[in-house]
Design a protein around this ligand. Sequence first.
Ligand code: HEC
Length: 164
Amino acid sequence: MAGLGLLALTVIARWAGPGALPERVEPILPLTPAMVPLVTGDEPLAQLFAKAGCPVCHTIPGIPGAEGRVGPKLVLAQTGPARLADPRYRGQAKSVREYVVESILNPGAYVVPGFPDRTMPSWYGQKLSAAALEKIATYLESLASESAPRSPDGRNRELHPAGG
Ligand code: HEC
């Protein structure tokens, strides 16, 4: 955890610095497989994300301390439909849930515009059990935004009606 915290600070410091975003970020993101233990899926959700290191790079509403800014804020119920509808999308996913899983196992399948390629680790398939992946997908596919998770009256007009 301390290691990841340090990494997070380094990453934020680099990315929040003045000027344009760096064109290449590979050298400053040394999140190696050795730093991530096997995630079984038995962990409570927040611990599961922390173990996997996702909060280093992602803001994840509802997960304490997940305020990373290297990758997009994970609000897939809100952003997922637009990813799948993007003409540049060439992945295999047919649903937001499949897109979440694909993004984790094969991040290069679609690189979110405005964010760097080859930055999200490509080895999560070796670190996340099927159960862990299920838990992550279930949480992320339903996540819209901090302020309006599932407000019955104050509807977020970007929210895609998920129908379930
Ligand atoms: C070292 C930084 C880093 C780590 C660690 C990381 N990601 Fe990412 N992630 C990114 C970046 C950068 C992108 C955007 C570029 C891309 O699409 O590959 C991204 C994209 C994504 C997307 C697509 C988001 C969207 O809005 O379309 C998902 C889902 C995702 N990551 C989930 C995760 C999960 C879950 C974990 C932990 C198991 C994780 N990431 C760990 C950097 C990271």
